[in-house]
Design a protein around this ligand. Structure first.
Ligand SMILES: Cc1cc2nc3c(=O)[nH]c(=O)nc-3n(C[C@H](O)[C@H](O)[C@H](O)COP(=O)(O)OP(=O)(O)OC[C@H]3O[C@@H](n4cnc5c(N)ncnc54)[C@H](O)[C@@H]3O)c2cc1C
Length: 333
């Protein structure tokens, strides 16, 4: 029994950002355990991305290739992963808490008779040297986000999915690792669930934004988000990908959909600029945005919590501030 294995995901021919984050976490665990870090990729024509993956430092990259793995077909991916995992025999197996991880991890846990912890926000090793059992410590929010729990589970491989944006993405360096081919034994008869069609949803990928302008209860009404949209349009001319975020109260009031929500039970983000407009700075909101590079807060209450984490704060009614900002930015553009 050995090593830490990560299931890598590929988007548009490159390693997905979530996989790069997992590699950072995986390296820390591998160092603490004194074991190797391994990455597994599934698909077809994986050679270029496998080379890219090696530059991020895993000791081995397993290329599980088959023409039937070209698109994501859960049954075939599951079968291939099970075969590969039995061959590699890792001590720890990590997946992103992505659509792929959420689909495959529970089914794999069941097939391999091991326990799974989903949606972890941190992982570490219970140090054997200090009397611990050397098992994986899995940290995750519980009770609707009101508490954080740390779990250990006895089954092997120790299996966990990890939430996005909880560690820095790995950076490419020189690597001594090797690429290993695994050819899965799969065929079309193993497909139990047929995909009839794929419907693309307009999902708000807040974690891909360069700038997030987020509104809270202080907007006082749904129309407040139109004012934020005005600012977003002007900022978009100079700042790339600008998106609208919000607090949970704004969602609860029905002003905006939940995929805009930032925080513990929303999305965790770290954009270049986060603008908190009429948001008090409750802890459940702060955990979702405190890693932002620059935080700007607009709030009428100078004692609000958000000012404690903000780089720039404006104590004023948001409508006044934003209309002035829009005017000034339009003059400058
Ligand atoms: C289990 C659990 C999970 C949660 N998860 C999340 C989460 O993921 N994300 C999240 O956001 N919350 C979450 N919450 C809710 C969180 O605790 C807060 O209730 C919420 O973040 C508050 O939202 P808010 O700041 O918009 O509202 P408020 O706290 O009501 O703050 C409104 C702010 O607007 C300011 N304001 C008022 N008028 C103006 C004006 N005209 N101009 C400028 N400022 C003005 C006020 O001074 C105030 O600071 C969670 C709560 C629980 C219990």
């Amino acid at each position: 029994m050995n090593d830490i294995l990560i299931l890598g995901e590929v988007k548009q021919g490159s390693l997905d950002l979530r996989t790069l984050e997992l590699l950072t976490l995986g390296k820390k665990l591998a160092n603490d355990l004194g074991k190797e870090l391994l990455l597994m990729l599934l698909g077809d024509g994986l050679s270029p991305v496998a080379k890219e993956a090696l530059s991020h430092g895993p000791d081995r990259v397993f290329k599980v290739e088959h023409p039937l793995l070209k698109g994501f077909v859960a049954d075939l991916w599951l079968e291939s992963i099970e075969q590969a995992v039995k061959q590699i025999n890792p001590e720890i197996l990590l997946m992103s808490h992505s659509f792929i991880g959420m689909e495959l991890a529970p089914r794999l846990a069941c097939r391999m008779d091991t326990r799974l912890t989903t949606d972890c926000i941190d992982l570490s090793i219970n140090p054997a040297k200090q009397g611990g059992d050397g098992l994986l410590l899995r940290t995750k929010p519980v009770s609707g986000g009101n508490a954080i729990s740390v779990f250990t589970c006895p089954g092997l491989p120790q299996l966990a999915t990890v939430r996005g944006n909880v560690s820095e993405p790995s950076r490419a360096t020189d690597s001594q690792g090797e690429i290993v081919d695994i050819v899965p034994q799969i065929d079309e008869s193993m497909i139990l669930v047929e995909s009839l069609k794929i419907v693309k949803e307009d999902i708000i990928a807040l974690d891909k934004a360069d700038v997030v302008i987020a509104g809270g209860a202080g907007l006082e009404e749904e129309n407040g988000f139109e004012i934020l949209e005005d600012l977003s349009r002007v900022l978009g001319k100079s700042f790339g990908n600008v998106m609208i975020g919000c607090s949970r109260v704004a969602v609860d009031k029905g002003w905006i959909s939940s995929d805009h929500q930032v925080g513990l039970t929303g999305t965790i983000i770290s954009p270049d600029i986060y603008m908190a407009v009429g948001i008090s700075g409750a802890i459940q909101h702060l955990v979702g945005m405190v890693q932002s590079k620059k935080i700007i807060a607009i709030n009428t209450d100078k004692a609000c919590n958000m000012f404690k984490v903000a780089d720039y704060g404006i104590v004023e009614d948001y409508e006044k501030v934003i209309s002035l900002l829009v005017k000034k930015l339009e003059e400058l553009s």
